[in-house]
Design a binder for this molecule. Structure first.
Ligand code: ADP
Ligand code: MG
Length: 221
């Protein structure tokens, strides 16, 4: 657990960064109720890295999508900084498992810079470019800024997806099995790189995985 004073300094109160309260997630599917998660409650403090571990189908992705704002809770509430989440936003950036998260017709730099302007986080093209280059250097892709996604390996594509999320400087990074499709060695390397980024940038992370070893390596909780 990260000490409470960080939250107090940031918000002027002891309020957590994320508050999940009695959340139930589900759908009506072919005249049946499908419940993906039931009565979940937890807090997340700034700088924490929460590993969400569980078998396939237990509702991990659905919870992450609810926090991202894609899935409204059937019951309960999710608040970021004391404000109810009502839809997606650049303050909560997801990184998914799939390698096809990138726009194939844009360069690596373009993939990172474009959302900065589209979201209104950065106004000028030059500033977006500069921030993209800065964050690409952080993930070791400075020499590939002009490359197109199809020329990259899976691990490199995931680095671009991480860079794109980090460039937006989200309050919360949401990762859904981001390394699950990588070979064991690349996965190990990316886990270590992610931990370095978390330490350097003091990221707050929810990391979904079905691998126990990965949950332990990545998470503080
Ligand atoms: P996990 O990520 O832990 O593998 P999911 O959150 O993807 O699990 O799925 C949890 C449950 O919710 C599963 O039973 C799945 O079939 C169901 N589910 C997920 N998305 C939908 C949807 N859009 N409509 C109906 N059921 C869904
Ligand atoms: Mg899933």
């Amino acid at each position: 657990m990260v000490a409470q004073p960080a939250a107090i300094a940031r918000t002027g109160s002891a309020r957590p960064l994320l508050a999940v309260r009695g959340v139930t997630l589900g759908w009506r599917h072919e005249r049946r109720d499908v419940v993906a998660a039931q009565n979940l409650s937890f807090d997340l403090e700034p700088g924490e890295r929460l590993s969400l571990l569980g078998p396939s189908g237990c509702g991990k992705s659905t919870l992450l999508k609810a926090i991202a704002g894609f899935v409204p809770p059937a019951a309960g509430s999710i608040e970021l900084d004391g404000i109810a989440i009502t839809g997606p936003g650049p303050d909560r950036m997801p990184v998914f498992q799939e390698f096809d998260q990138l726009l194939p017709w844009r360069t690596v730099r373009g993939n990172v810079a474009w959302p900065l302007r589209a979201s209104g986080r950065v106004k000028s093209r030059d500033e977006a470019r500069a921030r993209a280059d800065d964050v690409l250097a952080r993930v070791g892709l400075q020499d590939f800024a002009d490359s197109f996604p199809h020329t990259l390996s899976g691990g490199m594509k995931q680095r671009v997806a991480i860079a794109r999320a980090l460039a937006l400087q989200p309050e919360l990074l949401l990762m859904d099995e981001p390394f699950a499709a990588l070979d064991a060695l690349t996965r190990r390397r990316l886990q270590e790189e992610l931990l370095d980024l978390c330490e350097d940038l003091r990221l707050t992370l929810i990391f979904v995985t079905h691998a126990i070893d990965e949950a332990i390596v990545v998470g503080t909780r």
